[in-house]
Design a protein. Structure first.
Ligand code: FES
Length: 371
């Protein structure tokens, strides 16, 4: 540990001292480095307004306090954004485009919060803290007891010079800003997990018509090719083929389409009925045509790879593998429950339709999923 820093500016020659290295280098014999570089010293200290005028110091103090206050407002705004800004709202930002209003509000408030503390600290240092340049001399790692004591004295002295004791407004505004700021991180951690899903994943567009208050009325929907948005006849589905399917109406949606598509995505395949080993799967199929949620029950990737010879569905993210002949049970990988099956039948024109909604939540498991 070196000794405490001390003000040596008075002992050291200023930059225009004749022993300045540039000067020495110029005067050294051509092509040779000077024998040694002299210490150029420190520039003369020029007092600032706040050093000379108490009014200016008070003005600076208020400015610093205002900046810390701005940080406090930013932090409070950050917390409030979680509750006041709707998560579905979006705003157009020139140069960036459409973005989520909640993200914009959180980002701006966090920026103000950090900027307030940063600018406040810089302004404080530039106007009120001592600005005399100091040097720290090299010493053995362990300082002598006198030096250690000198360090303590210096710290106390510097603390006194920073005027924290004399300026309670500055002290408390800084403490307020610094104490409150971690709340942004806490809220980010807790709030950033998003809101709880409740029964959102238990209801999809296959549920039919939404009546409000969490109630749905089941309405059979045609299975539509994605993205062609055309209905599928049972006769179109041959053994070995696989269709990416959405419920009728979803691909025409103008609002909430992405979320609706994400939850309702289904894979349609035809098996030889004699290959199906699960009675329930057979009951819910139509002539060997089965429909399963496309959303992996691990962490929600689309299960897009179908091996028609083994009748395995493969998730490309972490290789969970589902056996289509046995109710899409997991035979490999980290997923821990089968893909939910959609019960299907055909309408009077021979088009495939849903016979009931999914009986369980689609997608990854979560603690509110229920059965
Ligand atoms: S998301 Fe499918 S295996 Fe991980």
């Amino acid at each position: 540990m070196t000794t405490g820093m001390s003000d040596h500016s008075a002992d050291i020659a200023p930059a225009d001292h004749p022993s300045h290295p540039a000067e020495l280098a110029r005067t050294a014999p051509t092509g040779q480095l000077p024998a040694r570089f002299e210490n150029p010293g420190l520039p003369t200290h020029i007092p600032r307004m706040a050093d000379l005028d108490e009014k200016a110091a008070r003005r600076a103090e208020k400015q610093v306090a205002a900046l810390f206050g701005l940080s406090i407002l930013g932090t409070l705004g950050f917390i409030a954004s979680y509750y006041l800004v709707t998560e579905h709202g979006s705003v157009f930002v020139p140069g960036i485009g459409l973005m989520r209003a909640e993200n914009l509000a959180l980002g701006l408030c966090l920026a103000v919060s950090l900027l307030g503390i940063g600018l406040g600290a810089v302004h404080w240092a530039k106007t009120l803290m001592p600005d005399t340049e100091v040097v720290e001399l090299r010493h053995p790692l362990r300082s002598s007891d006198e030096d250690r004591q000198a360090l303590v004295t210096t710290l106390r002295e510097e603390g006194r010079k920073s005027q924290l004791g004399r300026r309670p407004l500055l002290k408390y505004s800084m403490l307020g800003a610094m104490t409150l700021f971690p709340a942004t991180l806490t809220w980010q951690l807790v709030g950033g997990l998003g809101r709880l899903p409740h029964n959102d994943l238990s209801t999809t567009e296959w549920n039919g018509r939404y009546l409000g208050g969490g109630k749905w009325q089941f309405v059979p929907k045609r299975l539509m090719r994605d993205p062609e948005n055309t209905p599928i006849k049972a006769s179109d589905v041959v053994i070995g083929s696989v269709f990416h399917v959405q419920p009728e109406g979803v691909l025409d949606m103008t609002e909430g389409k992405l979320e609706a598509k994400g939850k309702a995505a289904v894979l349609l395949m035809r098996l030889n009925p004699s290959d199906i080993r699960s009675t329930k799967e057979l009951d819910w199929s139509h002539d060997g045509i089965v429909a399963y949620s496309k959303i992996c029950t691990h962490v929600g990737c689309p299960v897009g790879l179908y091996e028609h010879q083994t009748h395995h569905l493969l998730c490309p993210c972490h290789q969970s593998t589902f056996d289509v002949t046995n109710d899409c049970h997991v035979i490999f990988g980290p997923a821990n429950r089968p893909l939910p099956q959609l019960k299907i039948t055909v309408d009077s024109e021979g088009y495939l339709i849903s016979a009931q909604p999914f009986e369980e939540a689609v997608g990854p498991s979560f603690w509110e999923r229920g059965s």
